[in-house]
Write a protein that binds this ligand. Structure first.
Ligand code: IPE
Ligand code: IPE
Ligand code: MG
Length: 253
């Protein structure tokens, strides 16, 4: 019933999308906030504020269409290189988002999980992330993974270290390690790999996002900057995904 509602709402673009065959897991690199602001003569931080609103809109829509997982790249391990004022604004926006989420996620049935090395975040942010986790544990709706101080390489090194610790403690043997069991050591343990990766902002690179998990993801790039990203653009990404021929190294039957 919900699907019919959204199909009706989304007009022409929805015609190209088969809502019965959506990806289960969509990953998005939230890029282009700074350029969006610059084009308007605004400070970069203004782009991050509007980008946060866009995230709310897209996450809500993903829940409405029944997506199981949405994973977004919000702050990378490399983004600490940015001016302190910009980093502070992004952390403030995250705090605001977490506080709002704590009040609304139960009503909205959206599960939130913060993915990455959270140990370096402020105690306040860590505490808010833990509260979001605790509420999420009681919910069943779309799981929204927000990658924060996340780096794909750091994640793989962390996983390797955790595995090595298990070996040293005698809990496992090196020869026991498989691709499947290694996934259990990643920050994203328990989450299936994304079928579709979207990057707004015009760049065609991974920028250290989900290196392991995107081994067979379909990439969709668009010049649209993240603050301008819309449900219609998401539909274009779904339509492109549905036209792809996913072979996983095999041949088309
Ligand atoms: C993405 O937008 C947000 C973060 C990396 C935190 P950018 O800030 O990278 O925007 P551009 O790429 O400079 O336009
Ligand atoms: C990737 O965007 C990180 C996030 C969106 C959080 P960047 O803007 O940091 O990536 P580069 O610098 O263009 O590779
Ligand atoms: Mg960028």
């Amino acid at each position: 019933m919900k699907l019919a509602f959204w199909k009706k709402k989304s007009g022409g673009a929805a015609g190209q999308v088969d809502f019965g065959h959506l990806p289960r897991h969509v990953a998005i690199i939230l890029d282009g906030n700074g350029r969006w602001a610059k084009r308007r003569g605004l400070p970069r931080t203004a782009g991050h504020k509007v980008g946060a609103e866009t995230f709310r809109t897209i996450a809500t829509y993903c829940r409405d269409i029944g997506l199981d997982y949405l994973t977004v790249y919000a702050f990378s391990t490399e983004n600490w290189k940015r001016p302190a004022e910009e980093v502070d604004t992004i952390m403030d926006l995250l705090k605001k988002y977490m506080l709002e989420a704590i009040d609304t996620m139960e009503r909205d049935n959206v599960r939130l999980r913060f993915v990455g090395d959270l140990s370096v975040l402020s105690d306040e942010l860590k505490e808010l992330a833990a509260r979001c986790d605790a509420i999420s544990a009681k919910l069943t709706g779309c799981q929204c993974n927000i990658c924060l101080n996340y780096g794909g390489r750091a994640e793989i090194v962390h996983a390797a270290r955790e595995f090595a610790k298990d070996c040293t403690a005698g809990r496992v043997k090196p020869e026991d390690l498989t691709e499947k069991s290694f996934e259990g050591y990643l920050y994203t343990a328990g989450v299936p790999s994304p079928e579709l990766l979207i990057r707004p902002g015009g760049e065609q690179r991974l920028s250290n996002f989900l290196l392991w998990q995107c081994a067979y993801a379909e990439f969709y790039y668009t010049d649209v900057l993240w603050p301008d990203f819309t449900v219609e653009e998401l539909h274009r990404a779904f339509a492109a995904y549905q036209r792809r021929d996913r072979r996983f190294g095999g041949v088309k039957q």
